[in-house]
Design a protein around this ligand. Structure first.
Ligand SMILES: Cc1cc2nc3c(=O)[nH]c(=O)nc-3n(C[C@H](O)[C@H](O)[C@H](O)COP(=O)(O)OP(=O)(O)OC[C@H]3O[C@@H](n4cnc5c(N)ncnc54)[C@H](O)[C@@H]3O)c2cc1C
Length: 388
């Protein structure tokens, strides 16, 4: 296990960031991990975890200082996502979604928008990112939600599905099509819809395989009037903003998946060191050693790649979409494989709910699907080598 401790000590963090990560690790182990079973079994939204995360002021790390934040490096952010997700994947994705939804406002919002909206998230508000619709999943350009300008307002009609925190968010970063632009791709635009906007409703929340404590909502907009002041960028700039945002959210999905993978790996190693059959520890059987060797090696390589991508972003690199796709794809495939193999290590006990590995396996699955399915990422990675 020294291999993984050594990898963790090599995460490029400043002394202040390291102190914060230590606090996040303590919170994750002492509180978030302890509540994870209850959150999963009862599909209970983890408000206590959200409050505890806010008490540490974690949202501030991705908000500029001028708007109430205390920005830290992208590596520090990814390290915190991984730590929280290792303890409770549902809580990890709720917190990471705040970043996914708010980073585009930080990067593309006007001064007035940032001054008005960002302090609400820095102070602990929840944010959602709403792209997916019933007929627009992998191909987001098929979205139908419409934005119709009307004086100082934009009238929003339509609906979104599968929106993480969509029912509880204070701010929703909402993608739709500008009614006055005919070209379906060029029409995509983005605005911030605030909680309490008349005409907004929650249609339902999903009953899911994993991440049962994180709410996943279908939401509808019936003539919602949003001030034009909440339009991010210009009409038609949505696709550019979307691609740029996904580049930064995909490594965060990779960090989240690696949290699940690390949790499963550590549980697996502990169990096969204790459990004996035929007078020997399970870890002494060669068939098991081969499985463990593969998972340990792949996990170490993938964790290293996580910090490589973090360093690219922190170094100011703009073109890292292929590296981000590689990370998202490999980390999520690995989380699925390791959690499944660790259930195998546990034998029949792994299939029952007494140990958390069965939850980790259920939680891992969605990471291969959201933020671009892994089929789509393979296509993106492959296509990047095409000579233009
Ligand atoms: C729990 C949960 C939380 C989510 N949170 C959010 C959120 O916060 N915000 C949000 O906007 N969305 C969210 N989503 C939606 C998620 O991003 C989509 O489910 C995902 O993008 C896939 O879209 P789809 O479900 O419509 O599948 P489809 O696009 O219909 O895909 C079906 C199958 O076809 C394959 N496929 C599709 N296109 C291709 C292609 N070009 N090449 C090869 N194979 C292809 C896919 O890989 C998949 O296997 C969430 C979903 C879930 C389940």
């Amino acid at each position: 296990m020294k291999i993984f401790e050594r990898l963790d000590t090599a995460i490029p963090l400043s002394p202040d960031e390291q102190l914060l990560l230590d606090s996040v690790r303590a919170l994750s182990n002492d509180e978030i991990k302890v509540r994870a079973e209850h959150v999963d079994k009862n599909s209970a939204f983890p408000w206590e975890n959200v409050q505890a995360i806010n008490q540490l002021g974690l949202n501030a790390m991705f908000i500029p200082e001028a708007y109430g934040g205390a920005p830290l490096s992208y590596a520090a952010y990814l390290a915190c996502v991984r730590e929280i997700s290792k303890a409770c994947a549902a809580t990890g994705i709720i917190w990471a979604t705040n970043f996914h939804a708010i980073k585009p406002v930080v990067d593309f919002g006007s001064e007035e928008q940032k001054a008005r909206l960002l302090p609400r998230i820095a102070e602990g508000g929840l944010a959602s990112l709403a792209i997916t619709e019933p007929d627009a999943g992998s191909d987001a350009t098929g979205m139908r939600t419409s934005f119709t300008p009307d004086g100082d307002d934009i009238v929003v009609n339509g609906g979104k599905i599968f929106i993480t925190s969509g029912d509880v968010a204070d701010l929703i970063l909402l993608f739709g099509k500008w009614s006055e632009i005919d070209d379906p791709k060029k029409a995509i635009s983005v605005l911030v819809l605030e909680k309490g906007t008349p005409g907004f409703s929650v249609v339902r929340t999903e009953d899911k395989m994993g991440h049962r404590g994180s709410s996943t909502a279908a939401i509808a907009f019936d003539n919602c009037r949003v001030p034009r002041a909440n339009l991010i960028g210009q009409p038609g700039e949505g696709l550019r903003i979307l691609f740029s945002s996904l580049n930064k959210s995909r490594p965060s999905i990779g960090a989240h998946a690696l949290g699940i993978a690390r949790a499963a790996f550590e549980d697996g190693v502990a169990y096969i060191n204790e459990r004996k059959q035929s007078g020997r520890k399970i870890l002494e059987f060669q068939g098991i050693q081969f499985m463990l060797a593969d998972m340990a090696t792949d996990l170490a390589m993938c964790e290293r790649w996580l910090w490589h991508v973090a360093a690219l972003v922190d170094g100011g690199e703009k073109d890292f979409s292929t590296e981000a796709s590689m990370l998202k794809m490999r980390a999520s495939d690995l989380a699925m494989r390791i959690s499944t193999d660790v259930v195998q290590f546990f034998g029949g006990y792994g299939y029952c709910t007494d140990y958390r590995v069965e939850r980790l396996m259920r939680d891992a699955k969605i990471s291969q699907i959201w933020e671009g399915t892994n089929q789509v990422h393979r296509q993106l990675i492959g296509r990047s080598f095409l000579n233009k």
